[in-house]
Design a protein around this ligand. Structure first.
Ligand code: SAM
Length: 363
């Protein structure tokens, strides 16, 4: 059955052999059922000769499945030194296809891992409809899943890290509630900041769910496996940071009218005028709520806010919770203007309208 790996001890025996007990502090819940780990590799669409980075391999259940699928190179990033010997055992069996990085994924620039590799598959242009034969995969600890997905989405928006090689798909596990938020449609209770940040730069899809009972030890929640395919063109023409700031404020007041959240973007003396200007230009009903705003409206609001930040240097740095913040002093800061838009956009007839999104197809 397994043509690419020599016989190995079963995962359960591996755990006993290397005395691996899950550490709560690292949110370790292992997948011991190879049917499930193979399903993850299958839904990630790992094919023969692909290159893969796996985050948090632990005892190596998903690692084995990726190797079995025929990846010609697999780099694993693992923080816990107890897993290094069993991973070395796997690497020896994998016949020079597997490399171990004993590192913290949150501090690892995964794009650097393959930088010097001359055998690396060719990069694929972001506008190409095909994806590069590369993947990032992980059954992440719940406590690092959220910061890590934000880091990766930001890297995608800047086409940096592994995304310098093209639209590399990302397949990660999340606790089910977070997976639902990432993929949430408009007007659902699960709609939140992370839905917008994930959906403007990727097309996220929950490919299947895993019952908590499949993990050892069993976590208190079920798990969703989400595959993110980067979009050729992000749906919002601002930097990641501008959209993120807008979404944070708008969703902070998710039960209130959208106007309330928007006003917190501005110093009190200008909040009524600026929020009113933005809402009118974007033709957004001030009494709607954040979960009812579509991606097109978020795009209009973010682009409108970006323009206001350019007109009023320092506005982008303004934080309404900081009593000492005022535009005059913030305008003297070196980063008083918002970060520029990271990628270029196809010009179209709508270029003359800064507030329009007509050149974007919302899918
Ligand atoms: C939920 S367990 C999953 C293990 C394995 N992938 C599986 O499916 O059985 C999470 C793994 O991520 C590792 N981990 C935790 N924090 C990490 C970090 N910051 N960087 C890299 N690995 C980390 C843990 O040591 C553990 O091996």
């Amino acid at each position: 059955m397994n043509s690419r790996l020599p016989p190995l001890p079963a995962l359960r025996d591996f755990i006993h052999m290397y005395r691996l007990r899950a550490k709560k502090i690292l949110s370790q819940n292992y997948l011991m059922d190879m049917n499930i780990t193979r399903k993850i590799a299958k839904h990630a669409k790992v094919h023969e000769n692909d290159w893969v980075i796996e985050i948090g391999p632990g005892p190596g259940g998903i690692t084995r499945a990726i190797l079995e699928a025929g990846a010609s190179r697999l780099d694993v990033v693992e923080i816990d030194n107890r897993f290094i010997p069993p991973l070395q055992h796997l690497a020896e069996a994998a016949d020079s296809r597997m490399f171990i990085h004993h590192q913290d994924a949150l501090r690892t620039e995964i794009g650097d891992i393959w930088k010097a590799e001359t055998q690396r598959p060719k990069s694929v242009d972001w506008n190409d409809s095909s994806l590069p034969p590369m993947h990032v995969i992980g059954n992440l600890p719940f406590n690092i899943a959220s910061p890590l997905i934000i880091k990766y989405l930001r890297d995608m928006s800047y086409q940096r890290g592994v995304w310098q090689y093209g639209r590399v798909p990302l397949t990660l596990t999340f606790q089910l509630e977070v997976a639902k938020r990432l993929c949430s449609p408009i007007a659902c209770d699960t709609r939140s900041r992370i839905s917008i940040m994930a959906q403007y730069v990727t097309e996220p899809k929950m490919v299947f769910q895993i019952s908590g009972s499949c993990f050892v030890p069993r976590p208190q929640v079920d798990v969703g496996v989400v595959r993110f395919v980067p979009r050729k063109t992000p749906l919002v023409k601002t930097s990641f940071e501008v959209l993120e700031k807008l979404c944070r404020q708008v969703f902070h007041y998710r039960q209130k009218y959208v106007e309330k959240g928007l006003k917190t973007l501005y110093p009190p003396e200008m909040e009524d005028e600026m929020a009113d200007e933005l809402l009118k230009k974007c033709r957004v009903d001030p009494t709607t709520t954040s979960i009812r705003l579509g991606m097109e409206q978020f795009a209009d609001l973010a682009e409108g806010y970006n323009e206001q930040c350019i007109r009023h240097p320092g506005l982008f740095l303004y934080d309404y919770t900081n009593k000492h913040h005022n535009l005059e002093s913030l305008s003297k800061e070196p980063n008083a203007l918002p970060p520029p838009v990271p990628v270029s956009y196809t010009p179209s007839e709508s270029e003359d309208s800064k507030w329009s999104l007509r050149n974007f197809k919302i899918t």
